[in-house]
Design a protein around this ligand. Structure first.
Ligand SMILES: *[C@@H]1O[C@H](CO)[C@@H](O)[C@H](O)[C@H]1NC(C)=O
Ligand SMILES: *[C@@H]1O[C@H](CO)[C@@H](O)[C@H](O)[C@H]1NC(C)=O
Length: 256
């Protein structure tokens, strides 16, 4: 498949280089040059656009996947999520993806067609896990909303206002009908299966996986600087944030 793609690219590139003079008839604003094949050809930038697109899609495949197996009310999980994972993701989202699995040390028991859950920090934690699970299924802004909840003094009480800030179109009622209904119950079962399938099995939370793998070394590195770990493991062209991080902190305000 990759070879075929490269072959097609090569053919296009040859067409493009033999018709480079077309650039004089470019009628697109620079921001639109790469928006379609036609505009790229017309503006004489096909090669650059294809390269840019190729790098982007290539980067997507190589992204570092950080898995976090956690519980909504566990203090260590909240700390890692809000002080380490979220800030790292803000800086490195082009090279990393995050897989949040709120379940941790919870237990499930079959109950007719559904499941009953017991959580380490009680029913409130089960509710927090369920709200976060439903949010991940219902909105593209779940990362921001969960960050907002986990960094608030009260994870549960803040949920509705966090939702209203980051995704005002999604109603709290629809989230609650997922939380109380079959949808949430089934989604939580998926979390239970995913957590149960961990190899090695988790012994504590937060339990971190990097590209699906957990070792003590990866866990320790992620806990002390996830940012350094992700930048270091990323095989593609490193984003500026990775190399330039030190420079950013080199300015001081002096007391005169
Ligand atoms: C680049 O990618 C965008 C989005 O995937 C696509 O719409 C566009 O046609 C691509 N441009 C070229 C020149 O292939
Ligand atoms: C939401 O959950 C359903 C299964 O209940 C699944 O089919 C669907 O892909 C999920 N959507 C997202 C965005 O995760």
């Amino acid at each position: 498949m990759k070879t075929l793609l490269l072959l097609i690219l090569t053919v296009w590139l040859n067409i493009e280089s033999s018709s480079g003079t077309l650039s004089s008839s470019c009628s697109y604003a620079p921001s639109k040059w790469c928006s379609s094949l036609d505009s790229a050809i017309q503006c004489g930038v096909l090669k650059q656009c294809l390269e840019a697109n190729f790098t982007r899609s290539h980067q997507k495949e190589d992204r570092i996947e950080v898995g976090l197996y956690y519980e909504s009310l566990c203090p260590g999980c909240r700390g890692f999520f809000t002080e380490m994972l979220f800030p790292t993701w803000i800086l490195l989202q082009e090279i990393m993806t995050v897989n949040l699995v709120p379940y941790g040390n919870a237990q499930e028991k079959p109950d007719g067609q559904k499941y009953k859950y017991e959580c380490q920090h009680g029913e409130t934690e089960c509710l927090g896990n369920m709200i976060e699970t439903c949010l991940m299924n219902m909105t593209d802004y779940s990362g921001l909303i969960i960050f907002c909840m986990e960094s608030s003094p009260d994870v549960i009480k803040s949920a509705q206002s966090c939702l209203e800030i980051y995704d005002p179109k999604l109603t709290w009622d629809s989230v609650m009908s997922c939380v109380k209904g079959d949808q949430g119950n089934q989604l939580m079962h998926q979390n239970a299966l995913e957590t149960g399938a961990l190899k090695p099995p988790h012994q504590y939370v937060p339990w971190i996986t990097i590209n699906g793998e957990h070792t003590e070394d990866l866990q320790n590195k992620a806990m002390s600087s996830l940012f350094t770990l992700v930048c270091g493991m990323y095989k593609g062209t490193k984003p500026e944030a990775c190399g330039g991080a030190k420079r950013h902190y080199k300015s001081y305000c002096h007391n005169e």
